[in-house]
Write a protein of this length. Structure first.
Length: 388
């Protein structure tokens, strides 16, 4: 199978195409923008453009290099991305081999099905073994043409090894003096987390969110979801195809991001409950480890708070969680919620996110978070309605 067509992003494509036709593409390019909007697909498209045998402003899609690029089989288009860290094999060489095996397995799965939600339950990183593999490949000459293109996804996930920034330093040395035959395309959904020394060696291009029509058209073309499911996923996606895929059903089960959305809804209800036991039960329902996996949960909780604030300002305001609109409106009215309260709660969620990044016990984080949200949102009004 080949990669699906690149949806939208006409302006970034035109900018990249013009630069390539004038031989002006930078040696190190950084594509940054919201998670799941297609940065990696655009990066692979850029690699295809560079390696195309006939390209001027865009890849032809028909030459041998294009066909190999679209099948992720081109020996000079190498794609690296964050992975779950394999267990140590006892030596540098064996660790490198283990990381490469994981990368190859993931690429093989993408060849079979490239429609993967932009979400992982496991903590992922660009570990030292991955960067060493990349450096080794960069030291080799091109296998087919005159260029080698290295796509490094989510470059902010460079992981320190044994309390020292070895992975970042190893990459930095390569970016400082890239081989003449090599081009690097980095992507990042959180460019603020990039090491300044890495970011300073890149030329940046912003990749914006897609219009809702583009997201819905893609889902209609490449999935078997119903129009209702597509409409719901599109509205929740914030212009991100990768995130929209996570809201679609997974056979008979909800998608991974839909499950998280419902978990965040349960947290909000616990925070608003007049019974402290409900908040403790919600906090203790999480395992006592794995705090770094709470990021998506907190992001989803912020959308629920956003909807509360919007409806507290204007009862006909549009909301993202459309299926719970009646519950949200009833909650605003029964609690007499001021629109500034939910907005202020976002700061509370941000503090919880910082604690999670430090790998604090998730049960402690949620206990504190739900107590603070309750204090900020609760009033002397009636109980929050039980049913959405």
């Amino acid at each position: 199978m080949t990669l699906h067509a690149l949806e939208g992003h006409e302006r970034p494509r035109e900018a990249l195409g013009r630069a390539h036709s004038k031989n002006g593409l930078p040696a190190v390019l950084l594509l940054h923008g919201p998670k799941g909007v297609g940065k990696q697909r655009l990066a692979l498209w850029t690699g295809q453009l560079i390696l195309c045998e006939r390209a001027s402003g865009e890849p032809c899609g028909e030459c041998r290099s294009c066909r190999m690029s679209l099948r992720l089989e081109h020996p000079d288009l190498l794609w690296y991305f964050p992975i779950k860290r394999p267990p140590s094999k006892g030596s540098r060489e064996r660790d490198r081999e283990a990381a490469e095996e994981v990368r190859s397995e993931i690429i093989a799965r993408v060849r079979e099905n490239a429609l993967v939600p932009s979400y992982s339950e496991d903590p992922l990183g660009l570990h030292l073994a991955t960067v060493r593999n990349l450096k080794k490949e960069a030291s080799r000459g091109p296998a087919v043409g005159t260029r080698r293109v290295f796509v490094l996804a989510e470059a902010q996930e460079l992981v320190s090894q044994e309390a020292s920034p070895e992975a970042a330093n190893a990459l930095l040395k390569l970016l400082e003096e890239p081989p003449d035959s090599c081009r690097f395309v980095l992507t990042s959904s959180e460019p603020g987390r990039l090491l300044p020394t890495v970011e300073s060696r890149t030329t940046s291009l912003h990749v914006p969110s897609l219009p809702e029509d583009d997201v819905a058209r893609f889902l209609s073309r490449f999935t078997e979801a119903s129009p209702e499911e597509i409409d719901k996923a599109t509205k929740l996606s914030a212009g991100s195809i990768g995130r929209a895929l996570g809201y679609l059903p997974d056979q008979d089960d909800p998608g991974p991001l839909e499950r998280i959305r419902q978990d965040a809804f349960a947290l909000l209800r616990a925070a608003l409950s007049d019974h402290p036991a409900d908040r403790f039960a919600a906090a203790l329902s999480r395992p006592p480890s794995g705090a770094r996996g709470l990021h998506e949960l907190f992001q989803s909780l912020e959308t629920w708070l956003r909807d509360l604030s919007a409806l507290a300002s204007y009862r006909d305001a549009p909301v993202l969680n459309l299926d719970a609109r009646a519950w949200l409106l009833k909650t605003v009215e029964s609690r007499s919620i001021d629109p500034f309260r939910p907005a202020e709660c976002v700061t509370v969620v941000e503090r919880a996110r910082s604690l999670a990044a430090g790998n604090v016990n998730p049960q402690l984080i949620l206990s504190w978070l739900l107590a603070d949200l309750h204090d900020a949102l609760a009033s002397a009004g009636s109980l929050v309605p039980d049913e959405a």
